[in-house]
Design a binder for this molecule. Sequence first.
Ligand SMILES: C[S@@+](CC[C@H](N)C(=O)[O-])C[C@H]1O[C@@H](n2cnc3c(N)ncnc32)[C@H](O)[C@@H]1O
Length: 485
Amino acid sequence: MPFFNISDLIWDDFIYPRSARKQQTIDAYGEALTAGAAFPPIIIQPVINYSAPNTSLSEILLLILDGIHRWSAYKVLGLTEIEAVLWQDQPLDYATCKDDMLLESARRNINHGDRLSQTDKRQVARDIVTRDPEYQLSEEMLAGSLGVTQQTVNNWIKDIRARQKASRDSTIHRLNRLGWTQQKIAQVVGISQARVSGIIGNTNFCIIDNLIAQGREMPYIAGHLNMDLATAWAIKLTGLKDQEKFKALGWGLRTWDQWYFNDCDDRFGTDWPGRIPAQLVAHTLFYFTDPGDLVMDPMAGGGVVPDVCLLFERKCQAFDLAPIPDRPEIEPFHWTADTTTWPCTREPDLIFFDPPYFTKKKKAYQEKADPQTPPISSLSRHQYMQFFTRFFELAHENTRPGAILAFLNADWRDFESTPAKKESPDHAITLFDFHRLLSETGWKLTHRIECPLSSERLSGTQVKNMQDKRILGTVSRTLLIAKHI
Ligand SMILES: C[S@@+](CC[C@H](N)C(=O)[O-])C[C@H]1O[C@@H](n2cnc3c(N)ncnc32)[C@H](O)[C@@H]1O
């Protein structure tokens, strides 16, 4: 039986689920060892991707799965080696296998030594189930590993499962409302298509009306149903006319082509660099789409467009190179100047395109992206323009006449430290450039809507500095509306 250096073995508090080592047991083992008793070998497991002081993630480290008290007693006695066997010969990836190791450790602790207390077991079951939203572990399997009845496991975890179920059902309703097929929803949620169909067909949302009648606010209702706020609002507003929805959401409807909104509405979209106000998207949908139309968002960021589509009963397909994990409606897609594939599965009626404004927020987008799939804000000016030529062509090829492209952007000028008179047009990218590219790729510009940014972002000192140097800032942001002709 192989011996291992005591100091090379790691007690991982997560895998070895004891609230604390029991000193009494360690002392008793120490005495027995001194008296010449022999103990069975402890169980250890080689792992990689484990973060420990002074080691790299690629290093193979040894975690103790069973035998913490024996190992501790050896240490107290000043012994340097201990007999151990490997649970599995091959090193396991810590992040992906830690639950398996936790269960194995718990299983081995059921029948010998200091048994796990019921509190420990309950905690193990709850920890594992919390990390298993897709229901891969059965109650039967957990009961077997922990040495308790299935009923006990059920009592320990039923509240977590109920919350997971509600949030899973909310995801199903969300994706269904956005127009996803039941087959695709089933793949994302990890249950059968028949169950998805059952959940869509059998859910009754009267409870929302009941809670509203009791005077509950929407954040409370969403939390109570373990639902995201946008889906809860969407269900509440179902069937109302667009104008009634604006009213219910507290948004004044702008009648002219100047859409200024002081702030983003925090209820919709996730906080994200460059997030836009939901009201801006709502106005675009109101004027340029009908309920049931399909909206595509090629660079969806924090998901404002899908949220507003939900509210206004439009279908939506959304993409981004850095999709947010709890927003399954945003699918991963990396656009480049060479992209030939079009990820949308149906022809969209409207494309809402809010790309990075050249290098603005470049660092923030880079931090969200994988180095293999850089954001377009990292491109040179020339490459950035080439990218848009290709995108506008591709969008034209994949839409039918009458489809609309709503393109949001701001003038990018090298004004930061340059007096207006000295700015070089060769450095700038302005709405005029996008206007030209759209016209050259088959799109007919129909509207130019001003959606200014707030100038309050600049401090008094910055404004004074600009004035002194005659720097002309830019707060204009423009929504170009173009039609496929
Ligand atoms: C202005 S933000 C979109 C913000 C979004 N409309 C919102 O309100 O949250 C631009 C988005 O484009 C994405 N992006 C940049 N380059 C991309 C590329 N080459 N392919 C896919 N997405 C890209 C970024 O990750 C970022 O989320």
